[in-house]
Design a protein around this ligand. Structure first.
Ligand code: ZN
Length: 272
């Protein structure tokens, strides 16, 4: 098995103890060449300042988390989501990131209209795409595990994401996160279908048992996902980019971030 592509740190991995400036310094200190910030921490630091510091540290921005969240109960809510996506595109442009990661949104509160929610996602993407294209920001649709369909993402499989990409065309692709796609019996075929449209590869692990649907992701190697096998699939499809380690985990958030980064680096080499 060839070595994994370069490591990127998704900053959510150490979100409770480090701000973005500390994440940038931490990546530089640990020799991690990529970084993927979240917008709340980016706003805290200031986008221009963050972009400058990231450049000075010699890091590549492998993604900005996140745009999307198009679904809302009323028109005003949907409009606010579009406006927020416009700001996200602008931020992604300033950062010079590889892509803006799109987590598309769950059912609006009180709604049972799943097809309707999916239409909102589709409409929202169509609306922001011209601006994303003009800014040179690729939209990476990230299908989430179906367990989050109600509250986070009605986009729940790679096949569904790629159908949307087929429709939207240039400037769109997918983020393949092993945590969200590993269970899918169609994953090999869909990754091959995605081809060059794979814009990001996210790694973490599925723990058994899983104690929380969102905040109990495992460190690569600690769970049941065959990460190297999935990586081989995305590479065979043409992906040559970073392996971004992204942990949303109360267990790891409690640890010393320098220790977390040390382990992330080791697992990138041995378990990805
Ligand atoms: Zn992800």
């Amino acid at each position: 098995m060839p070595k994994p592509g370069p490591l990127s740190l998704n900053t959510v991995t150490v979100r409770d103890r480090w701000d973005l400036a500390q994440c940038i310094e931490g990546c530089a200190r640990h020799g991690i060449p990529g970084i993927s910030p979240w917008r709340d921490k980016l706003a805290e630091m200031g986008v221009q300042r963050a972009a400058r510091r990231i450049r000075e540290a010699g890091l590549s921005v492998t993604g900005l988390c996140r745009g999307g969240m198009f679904t809302a109960a009323d028109k005003a809510g949907r409009r606010a989501a579009i406006d927020d996506n416009r700001r996200a595109i602008e931020e992604a442009h300033i950062l010079g990131t590889a892509c803006l990661v799109m987590v598309c949104g769950g059912l609006p509160p009180g709604s049972k209209d799943l097809p309707g929610a999916r239409e909102m996602v589709r409409d929202g993407l169509h609306e922001i795409l011209p601006e994303a294209r003009a800014a040179g920001v690729a939209l990476a649709l990230e299908p989430l595990h179906p367990m989050t369909c109600a509250d986070r993402s009605v986009l729940a499989s790679l096949a569904q994401a790629l159908d949307l990409c087929d429709e939207l065309g240039e400037g769109t692709g997918v983020a393949v996160d092993v945590y969200h796609v590993w269970w899918d019996p169609d994953v090999a075929r869909q990754i091959a279908r995605a081809g060059r449209r794979i814009l990001a590869f996210h790694a973490c692990d599925w723990l058994v048992p899983t104690s929380d649907l969102v905040f109990d992701r495992g460190m690569p190697g600690d769970g049941v996902i065959d990460i190297p096998r999935l990586r081989a699939m995305v590479e065979a499809a043409g992906y040559k980019g970073f392996v971004e380690v992204e942990l949303l985990s109360r267990r790891w958030w409690a640890e010393d971030p320098d220790e977390v980064l040390r382990i992330v680096k080791e697992r990138h080499a041995t378990a990805c």
